[in-house]
Design a protein around this ligand. Structure first.
Ligand code: NAP
Length: 292
């Protein structure tokens, strides 16, 4: 193990959840109702069940109202769309999250597009992707927003820093790149067709790895002192590992997130934060915490 500081996402997320809980109590007192988060789970994928359960627990712990909707794996797309429309119209619901992946017979894009963009606390709706790209207020996907919070906390002002994002998914890579650009980083987005990835990564002050390949990023890919955010969650024999070879990278990096305990815990904390923001916007109340 080298000299890199370990970025404690678990502790940061716990602090964020405490701040959200305090602001939720204040919202509930003012608005006369708690912020509401509806979570829709289709089918019985074990990983999705675990995520939905922990989202439900975190919602209750923050003092929010949770509405869980479980549909069978063979539910028709129309029935799912009807549920989404009912949640759009439900005054008690501020945020709607449809747990992905959906069964193959359902068009994920059609379901995401049916969610009211102002209740889209996952930030996956094309309107919110467009708002992010255009610098307008909207909802930003939880995992990259959590990464940005960790980076700002560690580095302060990000302006002028060279950032490389490895991965270009709509859920992580692309919104991460947009957020870093908004914070005035010089951003490069790498993907599976990128030539000489190690040389590219070696230029970066900030590296965000969101690939899904166990321990791909090595220590000798890094600029000494770089800040490394590892989004990867890969199940291998012996447990969970990230997309970065932690022990090797920690000998070169200035700071690095561990897996688990780095980016992972941030996702649900930011989901609660987004739900609280949605509740304030819908109620016409000002909200300043962690403003973006
Ligand atoms: P994804 O949709 O599979 O995207 C992976 C990206 O990595 C793609 O853009 C792909 O390039 C790129 N890639 C694949 N092989 C590569 C290579 N050899 N070199 C460079 N780039 C390569 O995955 P995702 O949803 O973004 O998730 C990425 C990782 O983050 C996964 O391990 C996932 O489990 C984890 N994750 C964690 C959280 C959390 O912590 N809460 C949330 C979401 C995701 P192409 O576009 O060219 O195919």
């Amino acid at each position: 193990m080298g000299g890199a500081a370990v970025i404690d996402g678990k502790a940061f997320a716990a602090g964020l959840r405490e701040r959200v809980a305090a602001a939720t109590a204040a919202f509930t007192a003012k608005a006369g109702r708690a912020p509401g988060l509806a979570v829709v789970l289709v089918g019985d994928d074990p990983a999705s069940q675990v995520y939905v359960r922990s989202k439900g627990k975190a919602t209750a712990a923050a003092g929010m109202a949770g509405f869980e909707h479980r549909l069978p794996a063979d539910v028709g797309q129309d029935a799912l769309l009807d549920l989404v429309r009912a949640l759009n119209a439900d005054e008690a619901v501020d945020g709607i999250l449809v747990q992905l992946p959906l069964p193959r017979h359902i068009d994920e894009n059609a379901v995401i597009a049916a969610i009211d963009p102002d209740k889209d606390v996952d930030g996956f709706h094309p309107v919110n992707a467009g708002r992010l790209a255009s610098g307008l207020d909207g909802f930003v996907p939880c995992t990259p927003l959590g990464c940005l919070m960790l980076l700002r906390d560690r580095l302060g002002d990000l302006a002028g820093r060279d950032a490389v994002v490895i991965g270009r998914s709509n859920i992580v890579g692309k919104p991460m790149a947009q957020l870093l650009l908004k914070d005035s980083c010089t951003v490069t987005v790498a993907h599976s067709r990128t030539h000489d990835l190690p040389a590219l990564v070696r230029r970066a002050d900030i590296v965000v790895a969101a690939v899904g390949r166990p321990e791909m990023v090595k220590g000798d890919w890094l600029k000494p002192g770089a800040t490394v955010i590892d989004v990867g969650i890969n199940r291998v024999e012996g447990g969970l590992v990230g997309d970065v070879d932690f022990a090797d990278a920690a000998t070169v990096a200035g700071a690095i997130t561990p897996v688990p305990g780095g980016v992972g815990p941030m996702t649900i904390a930011v989901l609660l934060r987004n739900t609280l923001v949605a509740a304030h916007r819908r109620a016409g109340l000002p909200y300043e915490m962690d403003a973006l």
